[in-house]
Design a binder for this molecule. Structure first.
Ligand code: B12
Length: 232
């Protein structure tokens, strides 16, 4: 099959309710699974959500309404699976594991994102309000510009409000305390986090215009608590 173009992929992703989140040429130590013939894909294209832009497409889907578990993961698998079939690509998913596919590592290869104290990568446009829904892996190279380099907004951030806002101090210098976070979010005192989303993430001044609100914010907090309960 002839190599697919970036423009074609971006248009197909947009029509499916996804954003192309950049691409990279994997090296052997990037943890990208091999193709069925044992070779490394030439290009990996990441797909995801940027702010609230794609949420309405998922919210209107059958998966969002059928009441079964893991609606967003199931929607991602269907929609990205269809793209993979159409473009004769492989498909990888962030919920596949453990062991987990190292999506944050891949993201740092594909676009100018940086680690933040919250554990969520910070993006120069979307701030902390973005996520990865899957990746397409191509045997043939897809022509994609190298990501523009941009400094981490956390480096010049005054006061690091994300580190001081969490009511239970779950964002710590030595990392994110998921257990303390989940205990608080599940408690009566965690109502604001459950209803409006993570307070530490909301305190970040970057990408405020793209903050998740309403059902999108609540959906992710419910999914976070459910994931924690499964791992306890
Ligand atoms: C397990 C998991 C969780 C667990 C445990 C997370 C934890 N921090 O302990 C739980 C259920 C608690 C969780 C919660 C959430 N998660 Co989570 N999670 C994952 C998952 C499935 C695997 C992560 C993993 O272990 N990967 C394995 C390692 C080897 O992969 P890696 O890419 O190399 O990751 C490393 C680097 O990124 C590096 N790193 C990350 N930050 C920093 C910071 C510094 C300073 C340094 C040096 C390194 C570093 O450390 C990571 C671990 O080694 C990923 C999806 C995925 N497949 O990656 C999502 C993922 C990381 N989660 C995500 C999100 C959004 C969340 C939540 C905010 C969900 C919500 N409520 O909205 C919360 C809060 C997370 C937080 N504050 O850390 C997003 C992050 C998107 C982004 N913009 O970066 C991901 C990528 C899922 C997605 N679909 O996009 N999560």
């Amino acid at each position: 099959m002839a190599a697919v173009s970036r423009a074609t992929l971006e248009a197909a992703a947009r029509a499916a309710g996804l954003a192309c989140r950049g691409a990279f040429m994997p090296a052997p130590d990037d943890g990208v699974p091999c193709l069925p013939d044992g070779s490394l894909p030439a290009t990996v294209v990441l797909l995801g959500f940027t702010g609230s832009a794609q949420w309405p497409v998922f919210a209107a889907s059958a998966e969002a309404r059928d009441g079964a578990a893991h609606p967003l993961d199931r929607w991602s698998r269907r929609v990205i699976g269809e793209l993979a079939e159409r473009f004769a690509a492989g498909a990888e998913f962030p919920d596949e594991g453990p062991p987990w596919r190292p999506f944050q590592r891949w993201a740092r290869r594909a676009e100018p994102v940086h680690p933040s104290p919250t554990g969520v990568l910070i993006h120069p446009q979307w701030g902390l309000w973005h996520a990865y829904r899957g990746a397409l892996t191509f045997r043939e190279p897809v022509d994609w510009p190298r990501p523009a380099s941009a400094p981490s907004a956390c480096v010049s951030c005054a006061g690091h409000p994300c580190e001081s806002t969490c009511p239970v101090g779950a964002i710590r210098p030595d990392g994110y305390d998921a257990a303390a976070c989940a205990a608080h979010v599940a408690s009566p005192a965690g109502l604001d986090c459950r209803e409006g989303g993570c307070l530490a993430r909301r305190a970040c001044p970057e990408g405020q215009a793209h903050r998740y609100v309403g059902e999108q914010a609540q959906f992710h907090m419910r999914a976070f608590l459910a994931a924690r309960q499964r791992s306890d």
